[in-house]
Design a protein around this ligand. Structure first.
Ligand SMILES: [Zn+2]
Length: 221
């Protein structure tokens, strides 16, 4: 059993190298008010990224991140980010803030784990962005931005298919549009040996599929 309070906090938070500063319970403002968990990065004072000299702290700024629910409650992780300045007045590094991709990617409003979870349930389980936003008690754009940010490297990774042994194409009626119920088709591209969906392209002619086929040709055995 862990009894060290720092490690207990790390285990409960599932984050390492952080200090748990405190917890704000604002349930008197409504039962659905998120729990606010305040953290800061722990560790040695960083050296200047430019001259590698010593730095000093110039205070902190608070960054509010949407996190996964905990103990049945919505959670906001409040990251007290230290702002650092190089001690050398001649150095042009300026100031910089704590960064830790294990907590959150820069510029996203979700924690890393919440962003990955949202991307997984939207991309794999087919859940709507709005339902995920409701569950995490945040707005649609916050989830959509995170899903795009996490999905893009996966989609742009040329090795995401692994080695494809045999391609199969399947045309599917995607939707009907307008007064005349005009049919719009899509083509699903699968690796038939392991029944894995590789991509979906618009239309049912060979043009879209050929483009994907060309991209994955290097992976075909
Ligand atoms: Zn410097």
């Amino acid at each position: 059993m862990e009894q060290n309070p720092i490690r207990i906090a790390e285990i409960l938070l599932d984050l390492v190298d952080v200090n748990l500063i405190g917890v704000e319970d604002l349930s008197d403002q409504g039962p659905k008010t998120p729990l606010r968990v305040h953290i800061e990065c722990r560790g040695e004072r960083p050296t200047c990224p430019l001259c590698h000299g010593k730095s000093y702290s110039k205070g902190t700024s608070l960054v509010e991140l949407i996190d996964l629910p905990s103990f049945g409650r919505a959670v906001r992780l409040i990251w007290h980010k230290h702002r650092w300045v190089c001690r050398d007045p001649q150095c042009s590094a300026g100031s910089w803030s704590d960064q830790d991709a294990r907590i959150a990617a820069p510029r996203l409003r979700l924690t890393d784990r919440a962003g990955r979870w949202a991307t997984r349930v939207v991309g794999r389980d087919g859940r709507s962005v709005s339902s995920v936003a409701r569950e995490l008690d945040c707005d649609w754009h916050t989830i959509n931005d995170a899903v795009i940010a996490y999905e893009t490297p996966l989609v742009e990774d040329p090795n995401r298919y692994g080695q494809v042994h045999a391609l199969g194409l399947d045309e599917i009626l995607f939707y009907r549009e307008g007064r005349y119920r005009t049919q719009h088709w899509s083509t699903s591209i699968v690796d038939v040996t392991c029944a894995t969906l590789l991509d979906i392209v618009p239309g049912r002619d060979v043009k879209g599929a050929k483009e994907v086929d060309r991209q994955s040709a290097q992976g075909v055995a």
